[in-house]
Write a protein that binds this ligand. Sequence first.
Ligand code: SF4
Length: 307
Amino acid sequence: MQIILAAPRGFCAGVNMAIESLELALQRFGPPVYVYHEIVHNKWVVGDFGSRGVVFVDDLSQIPPGSNVLYSAHGVSPEIRQASEERGLNAIDATCPLVTKVHREAIRYAREGYVIVLIGHEGHDEVVGTLGEAPDAICLVAEEEDVNRLDLAEDQKIAYLTQTTLSVDDASRIIARLRERFPHIEGPARQDICYATQNRQEAARLLAEQADVVLVVGSRNSSNSQRLAEIARTGGVPAHLIDGPDDISREWFSGEETVLITAGASAPENIVQRCIAYLQDAYAADVRTHSVREEKVHFILPRELRT
Ligand code: SF4
């Protein structure tokens, strides 16, 4: 068996910053530290912090007044910020700056009287946060068919924004359809799908061509991990989204395959290494890393933790 280890893979700058922020908050304030929603969508990261006194909540009413609460990399709506203030919580904002950029764009377009078409997945934490910035000005579309159903006046100013972790190809198709229906639609000067999502997808697309099977390390609720598996399948290669080595099935292999391993932006590298160790042990697999792009992005810690 040959293993192609994709690079870049795994943690992005936003996830690194969010995890470092939570580590620092735990050290500085001691447990419990509360996090609104999962810090990142990965069961290992959430489980590890949970065992060390971090409490993940889906409702601010679960947090005692005066406590420390951290907002995850996916960001929150203004409603949550206000509710947190009213409850007297000490908020630490670990929202990824690339998500904040989308929030700012939504606020600007709404202020200038645009209807905003947000391309994203309903119910995803990031989308809920962005929608909350201008709930009366945003309509959500997830697929090309949703564009056909939009009922907007001819002279209405329209702009589109996207969730940061979409499939680049799917988003391009939806944007093309939007431009067809609304030729005057405007969009952000720079792509909203983030650098980490684009780079991991590019690596998966290029390297899957050389593979018989693709393993994507990441949790089921991780949007960007799901997209990586979809990209491989679109290229005709069977792909499995796995949380770790326990999810690997021997039925997927004869032992002669070339296996591409990649990981979503919220999947820890030690789990990737455990999956490799499993395949080396079971099939004497050889590993070579194939890098399609270098990443040097780093985000500074939230203001509340910088002193
Ligand atoms: S995937 Fe992109 S937008 Fe999301 S946390 Fe990472 S860098 Fe930020």
